[in-house]
Design a protein. Sequence first.
Length: 265
Amino acid sequence: MSVPRIHWDDLPQAVRSVVQEYAGPVLKAQTASGGANSGIAATLHTSTQKIFIKAVPGDHRQVYTQRREMEINPYIFPVAPRVLWQVEAGGWNVLGFEHIDGRHADFSPGSPDLPKVADLVRRLGRIPCPNLPLTSVKQRWVDYADESALEFLTGDALLHTDFAPHNVLVNGRGYLIDWAWPTRGPAWFDVAVLIVRLVDAGHTPAEAATWAQQFPAWQHASAEAVDAFTVANRRMWQEVAQADSLLWKNRLAAAARKWSEYRLS
């Protein structure tokens, strides 16, 4: 469920005052254009630093995603910005992150960002899955996978599960943001998620499949496991698009269908 986006100046004064106790007096605030899970997502400029904040109303059902990000953050510094503080004030839950100077990744064919995205996948794959009560892939896709296929969606790798271009920041290297859904599952899973994003960005399914071959976890994944998720993911995006006709959701449903037809042909 998305959260209506507002600007820094729209926050209650009580919230802004508490945030500035941590960040310093805010001289300028720039609202982020991407993402849909935060009521506030903005870069705050002070006289000495820049801080990125995300906030959700404390009574919104999405507030638990803020707590998830706080819990997982100590384990993911090699691939993600640090959480500097968390505050609750004026009915809002606010996270303050170190600011990463970068831009959203370009996933299109021939993009110079693709090697950085691949490096990011490898770096994430080297992080052990922490002993936290993470949701599993099997739990999250249980409504879309055939019952006989659920056994293939298990594993003990730490996964992000939403490798959208707006969740990858690049400068000298790639950083993975928006850890609202840290998940436990098979090591090849994030590559499978990325394939659909590549197809959506203009790669043919064959080109996306070739790109995925650089990852050992993908090379070693069983065909039955990949096929099982391909079917489940197509069903999931189809449901998402039918429930909400936003263009980007329909595009991803089309990409998931295109990949599925190629993969299962």
